[in-house]
Design a protein around this ligand. Structure first.
Ligand code: KG4
Ligand code: ZN
Length: 354
């Protein structure tokens, strides 16, 4: 039987992505990013991102169709990120998807961006889970990007994903971007801090590990209010204060040491809580997703800690970890295969989709 050919559109942040899959086979994953336009502001400017999506959505679509060597008429269903994300940015992708659905008469599926970050694992054949189109049964996911930092329990991609923990303020990638700016590094700050930290001492400054105090953590039997949650805004303040103190004292700012110590504070908590959640919730496999998955220290620390805990770690190719259309198409494909009803064309994008 020929598996359905699905088109996926992603526009929740600064990446315009169009992906095409057949079942769990990746045929095209075209991404156009407006990141360079945000560099001088040190962060994503929603208005600029929306305009960039408008300009690039049709060329990106055409390039994906060309790469996959399929025509629009052959596409059997259209999937689009409905949220969470930037409202105006989401609107562009959703409107494009609706227009395509009306023009081609093909069903439209509204996709949750976070669940798509998990479903993308099916497309990476090196992870060894795509053959049966089934994700591991006791699966946890750690999503870390510029827009989100979450721990999920994934029982079923199509109808049972549970949020175990999340950031209560900034996303981890956002914290990397802000600290990079303070240290005089360019946006996006994550890769810059990752590089600089390699030459620094991660024990040089003991920055706070937020939400790890007993009153937040509690115990396995009596979990505290934030056992699996994260917070990075206090850490950001601590770094700012440290830099200000050094400058006021006329001392040089050891940027590599600060970068390494900051990075360690973020990743220590993220990896420890992800492993804790897996252990306590009986999850034997952990999937890593989001742009921060590119971080070398995160990969190293998470590999160490999951191995010690007997948890299997899955890290998809980085082009599948960052925002892209293929992950949206992959989840759309799962919905079609599960016989889920299409979303119709009346749904609105939801920037804070749970
Ligand atoms: O998933 P993504 O491409 O877009 C969303 O934010 O949804 O993630 C981008 C984020 C940025 O905050 C960027 O600084 C961060 O991922 N990032 C990294 C690294 N590469 C990208 N953070 C830490 N280390 C990296 N190597
Ligand atoms: Zn994302």
């Amino acid at each position: 039987m020929n598996e359905p050919l699905i088109l996926g559109i992603e526009s929740s942040c600064d990446e315009t992505g169009v992906g095409i899959v057949r079942g769990t086979t990746l045929l095209a994953n075209t991404v156009s990013s407006s990141m360079q336009e945000h560099v001088r502001f040190g962060g994503v400017i929603p208005e600029i991102a929306s305009r960039a999506h408008l300009e690039t959505i049709v060329p990106t679509l055409n390039e994906a169709l060309e790469t996959a060597e399929v025509s629009l008429e052959e596409i059997e269903a259209i999937a689009v990120t409905a949220g969470p994300g930037l409202a105006g940015a989401l609107m562009v992708g959703v409107c494009a998807a609706k227009a395509l659905s009306i023009a081609t008469g093909k069903p439209l599926y509204a996709i949750n961006h976070l669940v798509a970050h998990v479903g993308v694992a099916l497309l990476d054949s090196s992870l060894g889970i795509s053959a049966g189109e089934q994700l591991p049964e006791r699966l946890g996911a750690l999503l870390v990007s510029g827009g989100h930092t979450e721990i999920l329990r994934v029982r079923s991609l199509t109808d049972n994903v549970e949020l175990l923990g999340a950031t209560i303020d900034d996303a981890a990638g956002e914290a990397f971007d802000k600290i990079a700016r303070i240290l005089g590094l360019n946006y996006p700050g994550g890769p810059a801090i990752d590089r600089l930290a390699k030459t620094g001492d991660r024990a040089a400054v003991k920055f706070p590990r937020a939400l790890t105090a007993p009153k937040y953590l509690g115990s396995a039997e009596a979990p505290g209010p934030h056992r699996y949650d994260f917070s990075f805004s206090g850490l950001k303040t601590a770094v700012v204060r440290k830099v200000e103190q050094l400058e006021a004292a006329g001392e040089p700012v050891p940027t590599a040491d600060i970068a390494a110590s900051f990075q360690e504070a973020v990743l220590d908590v993220i990896t420890a809580k992800a492993v804790l959640a897996c252990q306590e919730q009986g999850l034997d496999t952990l999937l890593l997703g989001g742009g921060v998955a590119a971080n070398s220290r995160l990969r190293e620390l998470l590999a160490e800690r999951t191995e010690r805990a007997g948890i299997k770690l899955l890290v998809p190719a980085i082009s599948l970890c960052t925002d892209n259309g293929a992950m949206v198409a992959a989840l759309g494909s799962q919905l079609v295969a599960a016989g889920a009803a299409p979303s119709g064309i009346d749904f609105a994008p939801d920037s804070s989709l749970p």
